[in-house]
Design a protein around this ligand. Structure first.
Ligand code: BES
Ligand code: ZN
Ligand code: ZN
Length: 498
C-alpha cells in the first residue's frame, strides 16, 4: 500500500473514496469538514440534522457519488468526543475506514486530517492504523480471499514540506514490524515450532544486519537452563533460545543495555496438569511475547535508537509426553535456584526464569519481559489493558509513558512483599504456583522477580491483549502484535525524558 502526502483540496482528489471524521457534539460539521459540506451543497449538515450522522465513536456514514466532489464516495467516521480525541483514536479511525472500504473493493483512498490534528505524531499514527488494518490472517484459505489490498492512500491536510513524509516512513517501519510479529504469532503450532521460530528470527536478523545467536538443545544443557529444559522434556520438539542483538554505531562503553525477554511457548497444552479442551487451540498464541520481541528488533534495526538492545526469546512446546515433568518435581534453574513445579501449566514463568538469567549474563542493565502468562490477568483487566508489573518505579513509569505514546492500553499492578511469601517453596527455594487463593497474575510476576534481583525490570502480562477472539472495526481477529509499539518507543526514547 502506497501512502503519500497530497496538497490538493479535498473536493479535487479523484479517489474511489475520501475519508474524514466528525466529532460528537452540537456542531459536528466544522473546520475542514465544513469545506466538504460547502462543496457538496450542505450534504453533511443534512446528514447531521437527520440524526443519521452523530459523531459517535467509529460510526460509519458512507455517501456515494457526492455532488461537487471528484471522489466517488465520501466516508465520514465518528470520532467521539473532541476532548477524548488523540492519535490513538486517529489510528483506529484510519484502520476502521480502511477495513470498511476494503470490504467493498475500494482500492484508492484519500484521508483528510482535520484542523489541529496535522502533527507528525498523527501522520505516523494514521500510517500505522492503515497498515495494521490492511493485514489479513488468511494465508491458508484456498478459496476466494478478501477483496485484495488497498493500492494507495493519499493523506490530505498535512504540509507536504513539514517532515510528515518521515513520520509516515517511521509509521510504516513500526506497523510492518508489528505485522511481522502478527504473522509469526498467527501460525498454528505445526508450522511454528521452536526450531521454525528460531529459523525465522535468524533469517530476519540476517536481512536486517542484526547479530543473532540461536542456542540449540545441547547449548541449553551446557548452560544448565534447567527450568526451560523441564518444560521442553515433555515434547519431541527440541527447545531453542533466540538472542538477537542491536548495537548502535556509536555505542558508549558502559552504557545501558535494554534486555527484551519474550515467552515463546509455541503450544501450551498445560503438560501433565493438562488444560481442558475448550479453547485449547488458542494456546498456539502462547508465543506472542517472544514474537513481539522479534518484531521490535526488526524495527530497531531500521530506526536505529542510541541504546544497545538484546532480545532473548526462550522457546519450547509444553506437552504431556512420556518424559514430561510431573507435578511436584524439583528443577534447578540456570541461576542455581531450586523450583518445585507444583503445576506444569505454570510453564511460562519457568522458561522466563532462565530467559532473564541469560539476558543478565549477556550484560543487560534493564529488563522488560512480555508474556501470555496468566488467565488471572484476563479476569482482572479483560482484553482491554495489558497488566504491567515493575520493581523500579522510574523505569515502570517510563514504560507506561511509552505505552501511552504508542496508543497501547496498559495498567500498573501491585508487587507488595506480601505476595512474595506465596511463592516460597516447601522442599525447594520457590514454587511455581501459589497455594493461596487469588492474585494469580501477581504471583506469576513475583516468581519471575526471583530471577531479576536488583536489575530494573518490567513484566507485561499480555494474556488478555495478545490476540482478538473477534474482529474489531480496525483489525481482523487473531494476533494483535501488542507491546511492539510500546517497546519501540521505549528504546527510541530511552535516554530522553520521553
Ligand atoms: N499460557 C497460559 C496463560 C494463558 C491463559 C494465556 C489464557 C492466555 C489465555 C499459562 O501458561 C497458564 O497456563 N497459566 C496458568 C497458571 C496457573 C496454573 C497458576 C493459568 O493462568 O491458569
Ligand atoms: Zn500454561
Ligand atoms: Zn503458557
Amino acid at each position: 500500500m502506497k501512502i503519500s502526502l497530497d496538497n490538493r483540496k479535498a473536493g479535487a482528489v479523484e479517489a474511489q473514496a475520501l475519508v474524514s471524521y466528525v466529532f460528537e457534539g452540537d456542531d459536528i460539521v466544522s473546520g475542514r469538514v465544513d469545506e466538504i459540506d460547502q462543496a457538496t451543497g450542505g450534504l453533511l449538515r443534512r446528514l447531521a440534522k437527520s440524526g443519521e450522522m452523530t459523531g459517535k465513536s467509529l460510526e460509519m456514514t458512507l455517501v456515494h457519488t457526492p455532488a461537487g466532489m471528484a471522489a466517488e464516495r465520501l466516508l465520514l467516521v465518528g470520532a467521539g468526543k473532541r476532548e477524548k480525541f488523540g492519535s490513538a483514536e486517529l489510528r483506529k479511525i484510519a484502520g476502521a475506514a480502511l477495513r470498511t472500504l476494503k470490504s467493498k473493493g475500494v482500492k484508492q483512498v484519500a484521508f483528510l486530517v482535520r484542523e489541529n490534528d496535522a502533527s507528525m505524531e498523527s501522520a505516523e499514527a494514521v500510517a500505522e492504523g492503515l497498515l495494521l488494518a490492511d493485514f489479513e490472517g488468511d494465508k491458508y484459505k484456498t478459496g476466494k480471499k478478501d477483496k485484495g489490498p488497498v493500492e494507495w492512500v493519499a493523506l490530505l491536510g498535512w504540509d507536504a514540506n513539514g517532515g510528515a513524509e518521515k513520520a509516515i516512513e517511521r509509521g510504516r517501519i513500526i506497523a510492518e514490524s508489528q505485522n511481522f510479529t502478527r504473522e509469526l504469532a498467527n501460525e498454528p503450532s505445526n508450522t511454528m515450532t521452536p526450531t521454525i521460530l528460531a529459523d525465522r528470527a535468524a533469517e530476519m536478523a540476517r536481512e536486517e544486519g542484526l547479530a543473532c545467536e540461536i542456542l540449540d538443545e545441547n547449548r541449553i544443557k551446557e548452560l544448565r537452563m534447567g527450568a526451560l529444559l523441564s518444560v521442553a522434556q515433555g515434547s519431541v520438539e527440541p527447545p531453542r533460545v533466540i538472542a538477537i542483538t542491536y548495537t548502535p554505531a556509536n555505542a558508549a562503553p558502559g552504557g545501558p543495555v535494554l534486555g527484551l525477554v519474550g515467552k515463546a511457548v509455541t503450544f501450551d497444552t498445560g503438560g501433565i496438569s493438562i488444560k481442558p479442551a475448550a479453547d485449547m487451540d488458542k494456546m498456539k498464541f502462547d508465543m506472542c511475547g517472544g514474537a513481539a520481541m522479534i518484531g521490535v528488533m526488526r524495527a530497531l534495526a531500521r530506526l536505529k535508537p542510541a541504546i544497545k538492545v538484546i532480545a532473548v526469546v526462550p522457546s519450547t512446546e509444553n506437552m504431556p509426553g512420556g518424559r514430561a515433568q510431573k507435578p511436584g518435581d524439583v528443577q534447578i534453574a540456570m541461576s542455581g535456584k531450586s523450583i518445585e513445579v507444583l503445576n506444569t501449566d505454570a510453564e511460562g514463568r519457568l522458561i522466563l526464569a532462565d530467559g532473564v538469567t541469560y539476558a543478565r549474563k549477556l550484560g543487560c542493565t534493564h529488563l522488560v519481559d512480555a508474556a501470555t502468562l496468566t488467565g488471572a490477568i484476563v479476569v482482572a483487566l479483560a482484553g482491554v489493558n495489558t497488566g504491567v508489573f515493575g520493581t523500579n518505579q522510574a523505569f515502570t513509569d517510563k514504560l507506561l509513558a511509552s505505552a501511552k505514546n504508542a496508543g497501547e492500553k496498559m495498567w500498573p499492578m501491585p508487587m507488595d512483599d506480601e505476595y512474595r511469601e506465596m511463592v516460597k517453596g516447601t522442599i525447594a527455594d520457590i514454587q511455581n504456583i501459589s497455594n493461596s487463593k487469588g492474585g494469580g497474575a501477581i504471583t506469576g510476576a513475583m516468581f519471575i522477580r526471583e530471577f531479576v534481583d536488583e536489575v530494573p525490570w518490567v513484566h507485561m502480562d499480555i494474556a488478555g491483549t495478545a490476540w482478538y477472539d473477534d474482529a474489531k472495526a480496525w483489525m481482523p481477529k487473531g494476533a494483535t502484535g501488542v507491546a511492539v509499539r510500546t517497546l519501540i518507543d521505549l528504546a527510541m526514547n530511552f535516554g530522553t525524558g520521553n
